[in-house]
Design a protein around this ligand. Structure first.
Ligand SMILES: NC(=O)c1ccc[n+]([C@@H]2O[C@H](COP(=O)([O-])OP(=O)(O)OC[C@H]3O[C@@H](n4cnc5c(N)ncnc54)[C@H](O)[C@@H]3O)[C@@H](O)[C@H]2O)c1
Length: 269
């Protein structure tokens, strides 16, 4: 029996990256999934791949920054599967134009906050009544190692810092309904978008990791380029989505190979 047998989950941004890997992991563990994705091509393809492998998945074209679009996507999930147990608010990212505050366009700040912070609020707003009806559930939000402290991307860091406190509030407000809320704060993860962003980085192109590349994570032996895989994050999401994590709520799990807590020390003798 799978670790998420009988559960229904939606994942935002399921057409690519971490949410795509997690949707597949959820289905392997017995869940049915709805992919809320803006890109119709990747969203439909991802759902079709899951179905071809024998799983249950639907694609719902959704703009997660728009209230009505999220409302309709949640309704479509309920129509298809009749319940909702796990929601993973994963779509997100930073814009290139997220530059120091006095040079940033207002629009860049607003778009970043809409994607990374308004979107989880909208998903919770429409999903929570159904989770209450189901007798409980698990909310999985996405922060970042860049939200655990300040970063050179002010809007992104603020949105990811905000999501952690929003997660704690959700945990407190909905505990009595059996709803848990946690966040994952990944370090660098090898997704297509991230690779595009890094394509000019010499340290990534080198055949062997440079000392600078290695120095970004504590777990250097496992991650010599200091980059994790989407499946690493998916495994944590399965744990948070399943009842195995039933004692955990209000937490942000740093999944960054020790990057956020790493102080360089001499190797042990
Ligand atoms: N990849 C990393 O290195 C990294 C590091 C730290 C945090 N994160 C966070 O993890 C999460 C997932 O990142 P990823 O790298 O897998 O992202 P990704 O860019 O690979 O995938 C994001 C998906 O979201 C979709 N999307 C974008 N805007 C949307 C919208 N308005 N409505 C619906 N779908 C939309 C995209 O089409 C894409 O399929 C994000 O919240 C990101 O901030 C990622």
């Amino acid at each position: 029996m799978g670790r998420m047998e009988g559960k229904v989950a939606f994942l935002t941004g399921g057409g690519a990256g971490i949410a795509n890997a997690t949707a597949k992991a959820f289905v392997r563990e017995g869940a049915k999934v709805a992919l809320f994705e803006l890109n119709a091509e990747t969203g439909e393809k991802a759902a079709a791949e899951i179905r071809a492998a024998g799983g249950e998945a639907i694609f719902v074209k959704t703009d997660v920054t728009q209230d009505e679009s999220v409302r309709d996507a949640v309704a479509a999930t309920i129509t298809e599967y009749g319940r909702l147990d796990v929601i993973m608010n994963c779509a997100g990212g930073a814009l290139q134009e997220d530059v120091p505050v006095h040079r940033m366009d207002l629009d860049v700040w607003q778009r970043t906050i809409a994607l990374n912070l308004l979107h989880p609020f909208l998903c919770c707003r429409h999903a929570i009544p159904h989770m209450i009806e189901a007798g409980g559930g698990s909310i999985i939000n996405f922060a970042s190692h860049l939200g655990l402290k300040g970063s050179e991307k002010p809007a992104y860091a603020a949105s990811k810092g905000g999501i952690m406190s929003f997660t704690q509030t959700l945990a407190a407000q909905y505990a009595e309904y059996g709803i848990r809320a946690n966040a994952i704060a990944p370090g660098a993860v090898r997704t297509e978008r991230a690779i595009k962003r890094w394509e000019n980085k010499e340290w990534l192109l080198a055949e062997n990791p440079t000392p600078a590349a290695r120095a970004r994570m504590a777990l250097q032996k496992l991650y010599p380029f200091s980059i994790g895989e989407p499946e690493d994050i998916a495994a944590i999401a399965v744990f948070l989505g399943s009842d195995e994590s039933r004692m955990i709520t209000g937490s942000t799990i740093a999944a960054d190979g020790g990057r956020s807590s790493y102080i360089k020390v001499q190797p042990l003798e």
